[in-house]
Write a protein that binds this ligand. Sequence first.
Ligand SMILES: Nc1nc2c(ncn2[C@@H]2O[C@H](COP(=O)(O)OP(=O)(O)O)[C@@H](O)[C@H]2O)c(=O)[nH]1
Ligand SMILES: [Mg+2]
Length: 310
Amino acid sequence: MFGLFKRFKEGLKKTAESALGGLSSLFGKKIDESDIDKIEETLYGADFGYETTAEIVDAIRAEYKRNKELHGKRAAEIGAAVLEKILDGAESELAQSEGGANPSVICLVGVNGAGKTTTAAKLAHLLGANGDGVVLGACDTFRAAANEQIREWAQRLGVRLVESSRGADSAATAWDAWQSAKAKGAKWLVIDTAGRLHTKENLMGELAKIRRVLAKNDPAAPHNAVIVLDGSLGSNSIEQAEAFHKAFGLTGMIITKLDGTGKGGALAGVYRRLKLPILYVGLGEKPDDLQKFNVRAYVNGVFGLEAAND
Ligand SMILES: Nc1nc2c(ncn2[C@@H]2O[C@H](COP(=O)(O)OP(=O)(O)O)[C@@H](O)[C@H]2O)c(=O)[nH]1
Ligand SMILES: [Mg+2]
């Protein structure tokens, strides 16, 4: 566990700054009404949304009513407890194939630039770190640069890659990738797909085809249908996630770029609405910056609190 809280705290620095409007600067002293108003305003600014902001601030206000000596740090702890409860159930493990006879498939979907390809590579690296076999399927067959980008990652991280020529049928590539993973006895198959607008029906249809082809190999595949969301897009990601969920039947989410944004609060809004587990979060651009989502570490990072065991 060592280092996990620190990693989240580091990655969530910008959100913590905008969420708290410097609440951590109030840690050592008593707060007043205007501080609470400021906390409310800044929680909106970090894209926590109306409901979550209201619940957090109501709890702080209620305590302030009872105790006018309320310190900033205690207020942060109260807020953290509320947020932790909102995110109850958000942690989860990747689903695995029954009995492990077939590769466990993770299919990453989402709009362009969300971080799918980077995340596919990081995830393959992470899953392979303990010796499990991993195959990466390059099913973004639209863009010329797509293959090069994922190939570069695969070479750098030493991950086995199955790709096809540009313009090839992405579902056919998914088929090849599954066959290769099966033949190699790989435990995991991570499939990267082309970015698509959730409003384009034909592209959404292509995802359905990838699913059908995978299911011919293994009716349970893909075991994980995961949307990759750009965490810096704030509340816009809710609409995206809903559309993909409707078209593709998502099982989980990965939220990227939490390090690059002050809007890391949107994660709570997406979870509230979709109630899909947040499997991993992206806290930077390095391979090790993809981290398993941990509610306590996220919440403490947001509220600038230290973890007892870190
Ligand atoms: N700072 C930061 N950048 C990220 C993260 N994840 C992805 N990126 C960057 O986001 C950009 C788009 O990523 P890419 O994987 O190509 O997105 P795709 O179009 O969905 O495949 C790239 O420049 C990535 O380096 C993250 O967690 N943090
Ligand atoms: Mg890509």
